[in-house]
Design a protein around this ligand. Structure first.
Ligand code: GDP
Ligand code: GDP
Length: 453
């Protein structure tokens, strides 16, 4: 299927204090307030969120969080705000107050914005009624050199639809249209109980300076996956698809049988992933629900990574070192000791960027193919180990050879003389030896057996 993506256009709301930036931001986001979070801006934090108009997503940045005092912003502070917005946004909504009319501060800011090459749309907010709307036709507004302002009322919604139409026309004219889907390095499902920090992680990733986020629809309806593109330390462009991000945000569709676990993603969605990132709360540790969830996910044989989140809190509470924590998880995860553990703080952003790199590594391990001659060497070595690994009198299967018969996850076929002599323990022994030799970090490895013909 020729899936196409659209880089989600980024729109920044800029204006002096009290013109209604936050009010407009909240109106645009409406149901999606839950995903609002601070973005690490160049100088100060700002809020961002997603809004949809006619099924098309846009990312909206509210710069009201930048340090402007309501007593009268200094030019310096306003320039900082404008810089942050101009840096991140594709298009700028420049707000002024229709009831007060344009003032000197607006003009200073407007001039500064025009220096950027980004398109600026002049908005006269607080045009709540016909009388104030009429006032926006005064010639004074034309002094910005941006044409007539578009009157809206962020408070009662008047004109906001027209504003979004205009916005989308401009965006379309800028050529931010659909592009073919790039090659994906890994499809990732972020799973975990409520409150462990999944949406914080998602927002943090979306807010990273180096990262471009695009929404990918499965159908023509709402986007469900998020494409995250960035350039890694080696200068290579990486593409990671976060599956079912709507599920992460909305905490929707819990499959029967999973209610008790509070899973936000269906097993079907998990099956689309190459790698599952199980996010757990460092302070609460791994509980029974999570083990069950992991067990269910593993039935689909994805790569797995455990992200121990809220590591900042764990350190504050002096819960021990990362080494201690790994030991603790190793005892809990005896059934899958091959799962890598990474520590992070979605809230502070610490090591968040590394998670995707780890996930790509796991995806690579999962599709690894071992050349037959290396398998032969491995079998030679194995013969020597046999003597020490098996107690006297224990039934040791006579093995003819082994080949890799599949990837995603790696699958090996052991050819034996008599299948009855092959116990599950023996297959596990082979798996462990394979891991010692070829790593297979974070991926299940399947070892099957058949009798020689
Ligand atoms: P910001 O500092 O630019 O983010 O402005 P706010 O969104 O905090 O709004 C400043 C004040 O203007 C608040 O009291 C809002 O209720 C009010 N306000 C915002 N939009 C409108 C509007 O469309 N009409 C009216 N009458 N008041 C508004
Ligand atoms: P979700 O239900 O898994 O999507 O969890 P959220 O992302 O909504 O996070 C739940 C709560 O944990 C929120 O109050 C977050 O601010 C907080 N939180 C998330 N990540 C961290 C973190 O790394 N450290 C700390 N201290 N709190 C976090």
């Amino acid at each position: 299927m020729d899936q196409r993506i659209k880089a989600t256009p980024v729109v920044a709301i800029v204006g002096r204090p009290n013109v209604g930036k936050s009010t407009l931001f909240n109106r645009l986001l409406e149901q999606r307030k839950a995903i609002v979070s601070p973005i690490p801006g160049t100088t100060r934090d700002m809020n961002f969120g997603h809004c949809h108009w006619r099924g098309e997503p846009i990312t909206v940045i509210d710069t009201a969080g930048l340090d402007l005092t309501s007593e009268g912003a200094t030019d310096e502070a306003m320039k900082r705000q404008a810089d942050a917005a101009m840096h991140k946004a594709d298009i700028i909504l420049f707000l002024a107050d229709a009831q007060i009319g344009p003032v000197l501060e607006d003009k200073v800011l407007g001039k500064y914005l025009q220096k950027s090459k980004k398109p600026v749309i002049l908005i006269a907010n607080k045009a709540d009624n016909p009388k104030t709307r009429k006032q926006t036709e005064e010639p004074d507004w034309l002094k910005f050199g941006m044409g007539e302002p578009l009157p809206i009322s962020a408070a009662n919604g008047t004109g906001v639809g027209d504003m979004l139409d205009l916005l989308y026309d401009r965006i379309a004219a800028m050529g931010l249209g659909a592009k073919p889907m790039p090659e994906i390095d890994a499809r990732i499902a972020i799973i975990g109980r409520p409150n462990v920090g999944k949406s914080t992680l998602l927002n943090r990733l979306a807010g990273e300076e180096r990262v471009i986020v695009s929404e990918v629809p499965h159908t023509t309806k709402e986007p469900q996956d998020t494409l995250v593109t960035w350039v890694d330390e080696g200068g290579t462009e990486r593409n990671v698809l976060l599956v079912d991000t709507v599920g992460i945000r909305k905490r929707a569709h819990v499959e029967p049988g999973l209610e008790g676990i509070g899973v936000t993603m269906s097993i079907g969605e998990i099956a689309r992933a190459d790698v599952v990132i199980l996010v757990i709360d460092a302070v609460e540790g791994l509980n029974l629900q999570e083990k069950r969830l992991l067990g269910l996910a593993l039935e689909k044989h994805p790569g797995v990574l455990i992200a121990v989140n809220k590591w900042d809190l764990a350190q504050e509470k002096k819960l021990g070192t990362a080494g201690d924590y790994k030991d603790y998880l190793a005892t809990e995860l005896r059934f899958a000791p091959w799962i890598p553990v990474v520590f992070m703080s979605a809230k502070t952003g610490d090591r968040v960027g590394k998670i995707l790199g780890h996930a790509i590594h796991v995806a690579r391990e999962r599709e690894k193919e071992i050349p037959q001659e290396q398998i032969e060497l491995f079998m030679e070595k194995l013969k020597k180990v046999h003597h020490s690994a098996f107690r006297k009198g224990e039934n040791r299967p006579k093995v003819y050879g082994m080949t890799q018969i599949g990837t995603k996850p790696p699958k090996f076929m052991l050819v034996v003389y008599d299948k009855d002599t092959v116990h599950p323990n023996y297959l596990r022994f082979i798996e462990n030896r394979l891991r010692e030799e070829f790593q297979f970090d974070g991926t299940p490895v399947r070892v099957l057996s058949r009798e020689i013909e």
